[in-house]
Write a protein that binds this ligand. Structure first.
Ligand code: NAP
Length: 287
């Protein structure tokens, strides 16, 4: 019995947010299959499905907009599994739409979930990581965390914020043995992401002056979506696993093919070259 308990405590434990669907749900399964203890959190646990019945997985409530649920999920998870090694800030959504049509509430909500939610979870886990002089925080960003996308300026703003936060925080935590990493997926139409984008877009005011531009961008996005990496979900969750286990100090992981050319243009070419490329891609000459 004692030996059994000891063995259990030697396992690694990951806590993920947003495991009701998409990357989070698939990643929870992958870590469990590879022998990790998984604290699979979601704001509505009735969406857990078969995650609940998987060995090594414990499903619990965590709404990133509710501090009590964050504290409880972490404390109860530590009590159950002994410790937490990795936290994956995955919960997030895309509030797309022309900026001028967005309400102040919609803007606030996007940052509440994608930015302040990740910060609150991070603040809550740090005392545990600091005491252990170990731990990894994986923040799920996006290609939109490096590139400003039209009709997604707010979503890009939230992911840029997450990137700046992660990059700065990383230096603060390095001396304590704690790592901070970013995953930058490209488009993954297989998750619940686009359905939520559609739902949230319905609330955006239509301003007629933008209609020709919106049509232009709609066509470009249609093409980009068709060219998205068909293995995006697998690649993203494998990158999460790699980032959690590779022992490297690497900050960014961009596992899907579709976003590579733009990321490379952003990071490896001069600013004028990048601007001219994105101008060609996004700016409509017809109005
Ligand atoms: P998804 O299937 O819609 O999953 C998003 C998850 O976040 C869901 O579990 C959702 O829970 C959860 N969530 C939303 N608001 C929450 C809150 N207040 N508290 C806790 N959980 C909340 O989409 P996904 O593609 O897997 O998205 C996961 C992450 O990847 C997001 O951060 C997203 O920005 C990022 N990403 C996605 C793509 C893509 O194209 N799919 C590309 C780049 C980056 P509910 O079911 O309760 O809403």
């Amino acid at each position: 019995m004692h030996q059994h308990k000891h063995k259990i405590n030697m396992k690694n434990t990951v806590l993920l947010t947003g495991t009701s669907s998409g990357f989070g749900a698939t990643a929870a399964r992958l870590f469990a299959e590879r022998g990790w203890h998984v604290i699979a959190t979601m704001r509505d646990t009735s969406k857990a499905g078969d995650l609940r019945s998987l060995p090594n997985v414990w499903v619990t409530t965590l709404d990133v907009q509710d501090l009590t649920t964050i504290d409880d999920a972490i404390a109860d998870g530590i009590e159950r599994f002994g410790h937490i090694d990795v936290v994956i800030n995955n919960a997030g959504y895309g509030q797309f739409g022309i900026f001028e049509g967005l309400s102040r509430e919609a803007i606030q909500a996007q940052f509440d979930v994608n930015v302040f939610g990740a910060m609150d979870v991070t603040r809550a886990i740090l005392p545990h990581f600091r005491a252990r002089r170990a731990g990894t925080i994986l923040n799920i960003s996006s290609g939109a965390g490096a590139i400003g996308f039209p009709m997604a300026s707010l979503y890009s703003a939230s992911k840029f914020a997450l990137e700046g936060f992660s990059e700065g925080l990383r230096y603060e935590l390095a001396s304590l043995g704690i790592r901070v990493k970013l995953i930058e997926p490209g488009g993954a139409p297989q998750t619940g992401f686009m359905a939520r984008v559609g739902g949230e877009s319905a609330g955006v005011a239509v301003i007629e002056d933008y209609l020709p531009f919106m049509q232009h961008i709609g066509q470009i996005y249609g093409g980009m979506s068709a060219a998205s990496d068909p293995d995006a979900v697998e690649k993203v969750v494998e990158a999460m696993y790699e980032a959690a286990t590779d022992g490297k100090d690497q900050l960014r992981y961009a596992p899907t093919d579709d976003i590579q050319p733009l990321l490379q243009a952003r990071r490896s070419t001069s600013e004028p070259t990048y601007q001219s490329l994105t101008h060609q891609l996004f700016v409509s000459t017809e109005a």
